[in-house]
Write a protein that binds this ligand. Structure first.
Ligand SMILES: [Zn+2]
Length: 271
């Protein structure tokens, strides 16, 4: 179904809406034939008294979509449950999951920008776009997106995989972009800091919104250029080179761009 993002509802006569109802960071879903679906009803499934905020998101297949945050005390309706976003890939249609990520990010941003960051006055919702406006000093705040870079590094027919502190699965180097950095500079710095090596031949691979709570993962491939692996033992506790036929059993989840990079490596570098 086609999703059209909008900030202002288009006047239309009745009809059902898609309701993305969040309690903290969990989405209200109902299980139907093994899939998780969200309420599709004319009326808001959440009573007014339990609603903390409501944000219009746009239209999916012509029907309006709303993000709603409910109080933590609200109990789900019979036959429904709250599930964390990380559990939903594979359980929910991709179109719906992407809008759920957008809904989660907008609700999180709205809840953390109720006061002006410059003068401390209470902010107001801007009517014509997703933004909050300070009526005292005029500052306008937009939803925050934090870019992060992620990079698959090859050396001949091997890739670099690392294990982060406290994690079971092996993944690839990733980190947040710092102010003043290009994406490529950010990558080189992260790789140097975390495993002590240099990279070259950086190529764009793709990107993925990562709503935990407001990242955008920008993925690259690169080649090893020099240096010995030197793990920082703070963020990264293990690093090594692996061939396509000898990967560790515990890899990133299938829906993540990290896993798509590993799959790309397997397809292109297998013996
Ligand atoms: Zn202000």
């Amino acid at each position: 179904m086609n999703f059209v993002p909008e900030a202002v509802p288009v006047p239309q006569a009745g009809g059902p809406a898609h309701w993305f109802v969040f309690r903290r960071d969990e989405l209200l879903v109902c299980r139907e034939s093994g899939l998780a679906v969200i309420p599709y009803t004319a009326d808001n499934p959440v009573p007014e008294s339990e609603m903390i905020r409501k944000i219009y998101l746009g239209r999916l297949g012509g029907s309006p979509c709303y993000a709603v945050e409910v109080s933590s005390a609200w109990c789900p309706l019979p036959g429904t449950e709250f599930l964390g976003l990380r559990k939903l890939p594979g359980l929910m249609e991709e179109d719906l999951y992407k809008i759920a990520g957008r809904a989660s990010q907008l609700l999180h941003w709205d809840s953390t920008h109720q006061y002006c960051g410059r003068c401390g006055a209470r902010t107001e919702t801007k009517a014509d776009e997703h933004a909050r406006f300070c009526p005292v000093c005029g500052l306008t705040g937009y939803p925050r997106i934090s870019p992060a870079v992620i990079c698959l590094i090859t050396r001949g027919k091997q890739i670099l995989l690392v294990r982060r502190a406290g994690r079971q699965h092996y993944s690839i180097i990733a980190g947040f972009v710092e102010p003043g950095e290009s994406l490529e500079e950010s990558l080189r710095r992260e790789v140097r800091e975390e495993v002590g090596i240099e990279i070259t031949n950086i190529k764009y691979f793709g990107s993925q919104p990562w709503p935990f709570p407001h990242s955008l993962m920008v993925a690259f491939t690169a080649c090893y250029a020099g240096g010995d692996l030197d793990v920082d033992m703070v963020e990264i506790v293990e690093a090594g080179w692996y061939t396509a036929g000898n990967l560790p059993g515990c890899l990133p989840p299938p829906s993540s761009i990290a896993r798509k990079l590993v799959n790309w490596f397997v397809e292109n570098f297998a013996d």
